[in-house]
Ligand binder design. Structure first.
Ligand SMILES: C[S@@+](CC[C@H](N)C(=O)[O-])C[C@H]1O[C@@H](n2cnc3c(N)ncnc32)[C@H](O)[C@@H]1O
Length: 266
């Protein structure tokens, strides 16, 4: 049996690593990573520096391979992602066989928490089955997951807010969904990740308050908040300037419906 640790490492600051994550990093013989190019490689450098700092208990190796290409122009988005996941699964199966001894311990470091918009567990499920330990063509894996501090929590902490209000629901979505589908009926608190642009500009600016954060927990963190009608244009400008300066940007935001604009549901 090969053990595979999926370790949530927080969304930037080494201080956000949990003690459990540090202990897990210390158990790994091999750290696997996918090279994607661009911003992802800067984040990969950060992952590697965490390993170098905390993987001191035993000898270890890094195995980095180029991520299989993803067809972003695929007519069917979900079919494109499924093909890409299957290509990764084939590659990871080979890597785990060839680079990790039976009885050994491998690790994948997941940015933030692996439960939010991260593909590592989805790919491993194809190899090991959803339950944890299962056989995938003779490859027996024992998968363990260590939760991490997500950028969602980093956003809430930076703005000193709770995402939930008394007994309310929170909707978690992507920029793409917000652009294509709008806000679902009844959602008054919406957390948006993976927004390649500024999907919030499509909303009625009078109806919403925004809490926005870029590079959360990292050097150069930027925050802004306020009624969307005022903060929206500032954020659009700040985003463009930051991306030009740094070459990439990662941001997350909460949209909170302004109470007077909420439909009367009494
Ligand atoms: C592929 S998802 C990974 C999310 C990650 N698993 C988490 O728990 O934060 C990448 C998205 O997470 C958000 N994100 C991750 N790190 C961030 C950071 N340091 N600051 C702001 N947003 C971040 C952004 O919305 C980005 O587009």
């Amino acid at each position: 049996v090969r053990t595979v640790l999926v370790i949530g490492i927080g969304s930037g600051a080494p201080e956000r690593l949990t003690l459990e994550a540090v202990a897990a990093i210390g158990r790994a013989d091999v750290f696997f990573s996918m090279e994607k190019g661009g911003a992802a490689d800067e984040l990969d450098g950060l992952r590697r520096s965490l390993c170098e700092r905390f993987a001191t208990a035993r000898p270890h190796r890094f195995v980095a391979v180029p991520d299989p290409p993803r067809d972003r122009a695929a007519a069917d988005y979900h079919a494109g992602v499924a093909d890409w996941t299957a290509a990764r699964a084939r590659l990871w199966e080979r890597l785990l066989r060839e680079e990790l001894d039976d009885g050994g311990c491998g690790a994948f470091l997941a940015w933030g928490d692996p439960a939010f918009y991260d593909s590592i567990l989805r790919v491993l499920e194809q190899l090991s089955g959803p339950g944890g330990t299962a056989r995938g063509g003779g490859l027996e894996l024992h998968v363990e997951v260590v939760p991490g501090v997500s950028s969602i929590q980093a956003l809430a902490a930076a703005h000193r807010i709770s995402l939930t209000r008394v007994g309310t629901a929170v909707h978690l979505t992507t920029g793409r969904h917000l652009t294509e589908d709008g806000v679902p009926a009844g959602a008054d608190d919406v957390v948006v990740m993976l927004d390649g642009g500024t999907a919030f500009t499509a909303l009625d600016p009078d109806g919403w308050h925004i809490f926005w954060g870029a590079y959360l927990g990292m050097p150069g963190q930027i925050l802004d908040a306020g009624p969307l009608v005022e903060a929206g244009p500032r954020i659009v400008a700040a985003r463009t300037a930051a991306r030009a300066r740094r070459g990439w940007i990662m941001d997350t935001y909460l949209l909170r419906r302004i109470p007077s604009a909420a439909p009367d549901r009494t």
